[in-house]
Structures are given as C-alpha cells and as structure tokens.
Design a protein. Sequence first.
Length: 621
Amino acid sequence: MGSALSGGKDKVEPASPDKEGSATADTEETPYVTKRRCTDAICIILFIVFLIPLIGLLIYCIRYGDIYRILNGYDRCGNVCGRITERIGVAPNDPKFTCFGADMTKRKYLLVRGAGIRDNDNDQGANVNRECVTSCSGYPAYREFFTRCIPEKTQDQVNVFFSKTGISNFFQEVSEDMDLCAKEILALFFIALGFSIILLILLRVAVGLVVWFMLAAVLVVSFVASAFLWIRWANQRDKLKEDYRYLPQNQSELELKNVRSYLGYAIAATVITVVILLLILAVRSRIKLVVQLFREAGKAISDMPTLLLLPWLTFIFVGIFIAIWFYLALWIESSGMLTSENNVNFNYKKDAAMMVTRWYNLLAMFWITQFVIACQHMSVAGAVSFWYFSRRKSGLSSPVAKSISRTVRFHLGSVAFGSLLVAIVQFVRVILQSVYNTLKTGEESTMKTNLTKACGCCLAIFEKFLSYINRNAFVEIALKSTNFLESSARAISVIGSNALRVAAINSVGDFVLFLGKVAVTLSTMLVGIAMIQNKEGVQHVWVPITLASIFAYFVAHSFMTIYEMTIDTIFICFCEDCEKNDGVAKPYFMSRALMEFVDESDPSKSPDKTTRPSSAKTIEN
C-alpha cells in the first residue's frame, strides 16, 4: 500500500515507546513508515531560488526609494516634508530640478490644494499644488492630521464616525483608555484561555451531548425563524388587504414589494430549514463517528499537549514576517524616479522593475505565509499519525518535536509544493479583484465585470477545496513519506470512498468547532462588558472590549485549529487502518470505540458483529 515497507512479522508486538522505531514498526500491519525519504526536494530548491531575485529587486527599490515619501509626503518639487532630500538619480546641473534637494526639516506637514486632487501622490492633477508647511493653523479650513493638513470637511466626516471631540482627540482618548484597561485586557486574555480550556474539556468528556445539543439548537432556531417569517408575511398581507379593502388598485408598489420580500425570506428560511433537516437525517448514522473522532482527538491532545503550542509558534512566525513584509512593501511603494510631464509638479514614477517587484513581493507574501501554516499542518499530521499507529499511545517520547524534525529534514519540499498551489490561487484572485475594480470604475461592459467577479468567486471556492486537499495530503505524506502528488491522489481516493463520512465530519464537525469559537468570543465579550463598562475614566468602552474579543477569537481559533487537523488526521488513519488490517490476523491500531464503525466501512473484512468484541484485535488486546 503506497510506499509502506514490508517486514517479516505478521503483527506488531507492544514495545517500549522510548524509541520511535519501538512504538511503531515497518511491517504489513501499519501504513506508517519510519524509514523516511526526502519528498519533492526540487520544490524547496525552487522556493529558495524564487527568493533570490526578490532580494535583488528589493535592494533596487530601497536604493531608489524613501519610506518617508509615503509617511510624510512630498511637495511639488519632490522634497520630502520634514526631511533633507538627497538628489539620488538626478543630474546635478539639470535646470528642471533646481528646487529639488531642499532642507524641509522644519516643514513637517504636507498641504495639498488645487483642482483635481487625488489620493495617490504619484498621480496628481496638473493644477494641484503640493507644499510642505511648518503648521496647518495658518491655512483656513485645514487641520493637522498626522503629517498632513486635511480639509475641515474631511475632519467633520471623521468626527461623525469616531467621536464628537475630533479624530486627534479620539486617538488620544483611545490611548488613555487602553492604558486604563491594560490589566482588564490582560485578564480577559486569560479568561478567554480559560473558556477555551473549558470547551476542550467539554469536547473531551461530553462531546456527544455538545454535538447533538448544537445540532438541535440550530434546527430549532431555523424552524422558529421560518415560522416567524411566514406569520409576519401573512400578517402583512392581511393588513394590506384590510387597508385597501375597497380600493385595491391604490396599493403602492412599495407596499406590495415589502409583502413579497417577507414571502421570499420565508421561503428561503424554509428551504434552509429543510436542507438542514435532510442533512442531519442523511448523516445521522455517521454523526456517531464524528462524536467518536472528537473523543479520539481529545485523547490525542491529552497525550500530546505540546500540540497546542504549535499555533502560537505559527502566529509568532507569521506575525514577524507580515511586519517585515509590510515594511518592505512601504519601501517598494515609495520607490520611483523623479519625473514630470509639465515641469510644474514632479512625481516619483516607478519603472518596470519596481512594478514587477510590487507583484513579486505580493506572491512571496502569499507563498511564505502559506508555507509556515503548511509546516504546522504537516507537524500536527506527523505527530497524530505516529500516535495513532503506536501500540502504546500514552507516554510517547517527544512526538511533536520529532514530527517537527521529520518535517524539516524530509518534507519541506512537499510543504513548499502544497503552499505554492494555494499561494498561486490567492495571487490570481488578487489580480482578478484588481481587474474587477478597474472595470467597475470604467465604462466597460457589465458582462465583463460580472464575468470577472464570477471567476473570483469560483477561485475562492477552489482555494478552500485546495486547502482541504492539502491538509489531507500532508497526512498521507506523514504516513507513507510519498511525494505530494501521490499523496494528494491517495487522499482524494480516501475522501471519495468515504464521501458521506467526510460530509458528516465537515458539516457537523466544522460547524461545532465554529460555534465553539463564537461561544468563547461572546463569553469573553460579556465578561469584558461587565468589567469595563463602569470603569471610571474610560471614554470609549467598545475599543478595549473589541480588542479583547479579537484576542479571544484568536485564542479559541488556535485551539480549534489543532482540533480540526487532529480530527482530519485520525480519520485518514482510521481509513488506512481499516484497509490495511482485519482485526483478526492483523490487529487494528484503533480503539474499541472506533472499531464499531469498521463493519460499515467494509463488512467483508469483519467477523459477525455479535462476535466482534471478543474476536477482533485492537491496540487494547
């Protein structure tokens, strides 16, 4: 099967878990391969080669860029406000640039006035005057905003959204609020952590109750919403008939439209309710498998608690990378050669290399981010698959650390391959979105705009599908040490052979995990409101509460992501176990609780159900 190696024994005897080779074995019984080989090594080489030109392009953009052109802005001569501008790339005796290179250290604010004002400094109208000034107070109808002098009317619009005290005061007040609520925000972080742990305990000890309760709650809410909308539609219809009993022809189109809207909402809600009911009925016999997979995932996380550290490591790496990427993106956007078409207003125009760097850097961001996330998925898959195919599951010696080591030593090429596929789809989606925005603002046909939008939606669905296949392919790679394409084909085959089970896991399991995230977030938010709403001195209560809620969602997501990947890995391992072993001559690696689902998988391989508990062999025999 795949690349599984054969040995001379018919079954694996229990052994000391201190060594990886003792806890599992390369025999006919297990698809887990301990003798690893490098997979898709060419892809990690491609990944490194991909980054080399990017480094050169970034150096070029930094050479002809100045990040303060964006942060501070520049005047019509190209002088950066609040800085001394160096005459890089400009001939010293060129008469066109006599005003370039001035000392603007005392003029820290950019004032833009005139007709044709645009948001992009590189695309100013011919009649626009850009100048650096020492203060905005000397210019009527303008106020200071960071390093810009902005019109009063813009400030008023911001006031309506943020605060009656003005945006500058708003940021000051928010800073004061964050300082006042620092202890509460830290406390809410740990409260969210506590709620997440409680959720994990519930999923560990009462997962059946949790799953069925959530499904029943969703069904009840859908039914109540449908009934309410039908009643509301009937009342509105009867009221309209009563109001225009004698003059029905006087009914306005708006009133009729409102009644039809309620009818449409009622029909849609009813359809959704019926779909949910049919889905539950269709997968009801497999919901037990979902519940048992949750239990098995809980056991795996209990035996390997360091799994919960992986999302935090991923978050740190991704956070550091995004910060660096954003800083470099500012340099790219600030790069350009000083040019002018009218010898009045000078702008920094990008050449072809700078334009290429902008898109190249974006693709690099997608690929590197997906690469780090894929490393987490591969590490989880490796640790959980090793745990599943171990005769003694508790007390394993550093399974997570060993899985990370195997990923780095053997499977970074496969990680690079899978992450590249997702990154390319994300990159194409951004390009299509850019095309859509261009068509929407131009005079192109509506058909082209709708086609572009439809392609973007299809790509979004394809991206989700590709990410799902990737995760399952990583499980197969962790099991058999096969290349990415072979593992993907095997994963698709397993998923196709267990379509209804997969539907149950994805619909019920993912829904339960999502509701768990929402429950932790809302619970933390309610506690935050109780803690902060009456705190003396806080002017914008919603700001610290919103921040705490974001932290709470991230904490819950970190736990649930590991749970999701663990469940997917155990399911693939379960399917491989069912195919490889028969429970008699070749003992199963699964628990007895999972063994009840084997008959449904392949009755021809199983003894009679009445004799199974005593005759079938598992890890518990």
